[in-house]
Design a protein around this ligand. Sequence first.
Ligand code: ADP
Length: 340
Amino acid sequence: MIEVHDLSKRYGDQTAVDHLTFTVRPGLVTGFLGPNGAGKSTTMRLILGLDRPNSGTATIGGVAYHALREPLRKVGALLEARAVHTGRSAYNHLLCLAQSQGLPRGRVSEVLALVGLTEVARKRAGGFSLGMGQRLGIAAALLGDPQVLILDEPVNGLDPEGVLWIRNLMKALAASGKTIFVSSHLMSEMAQTADHLVVIGRGRLIADESVEAVIARSSGQSVLVRTPQPAQLAKELERANGPDTTPVTVTTAADGALMVQGMTAPEIGEKASAARVVLHELTPQRASLEEAFMELTRESVEYHAAQDLTAAPGPATTGSPSPSPTVQDAPPSAGSEAAE
Ligand code: ADP
């Protein structure tokens, strides 16, 4: 279990993490979602004790990272691809890590097999492709068979096979009772992997709930209605509009069906019944996950877009990947600074 309480981190006058509170539970894949620059990496670094918060706490199993005994046995992390001694073989890289933490040598072969690198274990890690490097990073994270796994954008730059592999691994580890906390700026990726979402924007918590709940909360939901009396129904539904109510909008599709926004299917059914309008179909349309995410994070994305416009050109001073003002669902190989 990871517990983050009132966590804040500022860099100069920039607030990267702003009073964040959330809990990451065992047995689930928890997606940590937000546009680029939202503060995900910073939060993960704070959890891992790699940076000091300005306020608040982050604990793993109730203990701050720096106070953990044998940390590799408690938490594994993948923060950056290719943080590997390039001259060493994959086997030796893992062996050094294992020995530094008092882990048995036999564990090295086990994790190499688990991530599918047995055949290239004696090859120089520096010559690995990005996908193999990610596998090696995950092998390192798994060395101590930790209860908690923290992965920062693990699918960035991977080919579809690699993406699928990481997804399935995370699900299997969660099913075995581990705590999996994985960040992404892509809702579609999280939708296929995560059970639960912690969504942030501008360092602040936007949502902490199941994927389903995020969709349900999206006001972009609409209901498809078919009726032989479309004009009459549209009039009835729009009559419900008032200054203090959610605005109801009715649009007519090319095939004559009505799309209603701002009302649930039961509400529409009752209005139709009261007005003696016959309904042939009444189908709630699920807002796409991407729409739900865009809506949740719109404000924070606009903030960054505005910031980027005013930012002076010049060398980056943060050393972090350049924040992008857009949230886009590009294929992993096209959307990442890690792509080669
Ligand atoms: P994300 O992982 O969601 O893309 P980050 O945590 O990397 O976001 O960054 C959050 C914000 O904090 C960004 O505006 C970023 O530029 C800033 N930031 C991150 N690390 C540093 C740093 N070491 N120094 C200054 N600013 C930083």
